[in-house]
Design a protein around this ligand. Structure first.
Ligand code: IDC
Length: 565
């Protein structure tokens, strides 16, 4: 069944009627405001689950898994699970990322507790906490709200910290510690706070005693404590106490150029023919584009101008929206904030529909390594999302990013897929569905040996060029030649930790191979985190129209590659 423009317009009419009702009842229910409220809302249970395996493979040199992968091309999944607890490697696993989700936060005081409104208020959101060698460690996302009634052009915050507390990581501010005082000044790009507006920064700390921030001073005056919230369920009186909203009913927008030259206008509903992704005319078609980082970690990058720049300046035709399911270190993943995660995801999907780009809805399973641990959640999520977007040819579903920790193909992943795929198919009969493979989506040969019995399914192969070299390329080529539909829904040019040096020689070999067979690929990641795999420098904005000075080394390289196609 092909999706037609007529079908989309009918769906739009229907959805806009729904939306109209929702808006009548709740004039505040625009996606934008709901997202900002939700994302600044309660952490709820931010995942005390610190003992679970984490982005194990992401820790290049430290983990058994990477070296095992390198030295043992067979990539036995049994030796791959990483049992290093986050506490033992806080710097790579504790990445609450930029606190930019908070930039639109409005501070709401609990009813019945009038508080004196000071010139500034400060919200402290604990996004993670752990212990390391007897020290208390934690990650905070902090929001300063300007209540002065006039814009300020710079800010300096000081707060008392426990004796001996040190910073492990910090972002969106210039930090210094002197004795018992932590001082944070704005960066060049976030000094301006409009009247009523906010600025955000964040950091991870390690301290002999737990840090419970209060009594901050901003620009020389005592700020009101907007509140603290976080893992412990300690929910103070600030904006962070807002419960996660349920998903607002919003209508997807119309494609802005339905008969034009956008990727989706020109190629329509994709499907799988043999090993090859083909367009609505049955011609081989390759998707190339960027994967976001976790959307709840870098929500600012989910914006129209950024995606438009990716389409028009970067020459890409797909965006992958990575929605972490339950990752340690981020209190806003799907399992912690379903409403907020879903709204942000839908915002990204809607932008792609408007821009005529393909979009991959990525159920970003890294933790738990076995996707079948959340089969019911996945069925519910994919049921809802596929019902909403059933008529849009833009959508590709990726139902398990990277199974790991020994999750086997035939025992865990395939049975999981056999439950989730029919849920999607019930609404969307022909969408392309990508299924992850064992050992962080490296063991595609196991899928080849025991494929799924559904049409339009592809199998994920992921590589990080500095870690996964000839042996994985050989496996890829063998499987593709044997007829397996492979989709590289995520790759990096650096090592599997997302760090280390870029290896553009290896990356080039990979991309040449993928282009030779028309295999689609998405690069990790559309973010300005201070790590090698980010396409942007920490100083870059998320707003598109980037200039050369905004790009990281890999950002410049990959953009050039896409533009050459
Ligand atoms: C990494 C991010 C990093 C984050 C970490 C843990 O780059 O900022 O702290 O996840 O969540 C993958 C995963 C992907 C990893 C990436 C790099 O799909 O989530 O992102 N990687 O480690 N597989 C192989 C590498």
């Amino acid at each position: 069944m092909k999706k037609t423009l007529k079908g989309i317009l009918a769906a739009l009419l229907c959805a806009s009627m729904l939306c109209g009702c929702a808006n009548e009842e709740n004039p505040q229910s625009s996606t934008e405001s709901s997202i900002s409220e939700t994302l600044s809302g309660s952490d709820g249970n931010t995942g005390e689950d610190n003992s679970t395996d984490d982005a194990s493979q992401t820790d290049g040199s430290e983990t058994e898994s990477d070296s095992a992968a390198d030295s043992e091309p067979s990539g036995s999944q049994t030796d791959s699970p990483d049992n290093t607890s986050p506490a033992e490697k806080p710097d790579q696993t504790t990445s609450p990322e930029t606190g930019s989700a908070n930039t639109q936060t409005t501070t709401q005081k609990p009813a019945g507790q009038p508080q004196e409104i000071k010139e500034f208020s400060v919200d402290w959101k604990l996004s993670s906490s752990w212990e390391d060698s007897g020290k208390k460690c934690g990650g905070y996302e902090v929001t300063i709200t300007n209540n002065t009634g006039a814009a300020v052009s710079g800010w300096t915050l000081t707060v008392t910290i426990p004796e001996g507390m040190a910073l492990i990581a910090s972002w969106n501010g210039i930090f210094s510690v002197s004795g018992n005082t932590l001082t944070v000044k704005n960066e060049s790009y976030n000094g301006e706070i409009p009247a009523g507006g906010t600025a955000g920064f964040g950091f991870n700390y390690s301290s002999p005693a737990e840090f419970k921030p209060s009594g901050a001073i901003v620009n020389g005056t005592a700020a009101s404590d907007g509140g603290t919230s976080g893992q412990s369920g300690n929910q103070g009186g600030g904006s962070s106490t807002t419960a996660p909203a349920t998903t607002a009913q919003t209508a997807p927008p119309a494609p802005e150029d339905p008969d034009g030259t956008t990727p989706v206008a020109a190629h329509g509903q994709l499907s799988v023919k043999g090993a090859q992704l083909v367009d609505e005319n049955g011609n081989g078609y390759q998707l190339r584009g960027m994967s976001t980082h976790g959307i709840t970690w870098f929500p600012d990058f989910v914006n129209e101008n950024a995606f438009r720049t990716l389409r028009d300046d970067w020459n890409t035709n797909v965006v992958r929206l990575a929605m972490y399911v339950d990752e340690w270190g981020n209190g806003q993943c799907y399992m912690q904030n379903k409403g907020g995660s879903k709204q942000l995801l839908e915002k990204g999907v809607d932008i792609c529909i408007k821009l005529g780009m393909y979009v991959i809805i990525d159920w970003h399973v890294l933790n738990p390594g076995d996707p079948s641990k959340y089969t019911d959640e996945a069925m519910k999520f994919f049921g809802e999302i596929s019902e909403k977007y059933a008529d849009y040819p833009n959508i590709i579903y990726e139902i398990a990013n990277e199974p790991n920790s020994g999750a086997g193909w035939s025992d865990n992943i395939k049975p999981y897929a056999e439950k989730v795929i029919p849920v999607i198919r019930k609404h969307d009969k022909d969408a392309v569905i990508i299924v992850g493979t064992p050992t962080w989506s490296q063991d595609i040969d196991q899928a080849l040996a025991d494929p799924l019995d559904f049409d339009n399914v592809m199998y994920a192969l992921h590589f990080y060029a500095a870690t996964h070299t000839d042996w994985l390329r050989e496996r890829a080529e063998k499987c593709i030649k044997a007829g397996l539909p492979v989709f590289v829904s995520e790759f990096g040019c650096c090592d599997a930790s997302g760090g280390g040096a870029n290896d553009f020689g290896q990356a080039q070999k990979w991309l040449d191979l993928l282009d030779k067979y028309g295999v689609s690929y998405c690069n990790w990641s559309l973010a300005n985190k201070d790590e090698t795999c980010s396409a942007f420098k920490p100083s870059a904005s998320a707003n598109g129209n980037w200039s050369d000075s905004d790009y990281s080394e890999v950002g410049s390289w990959i953009r050039k590659w896409f533009r050459s196609k």
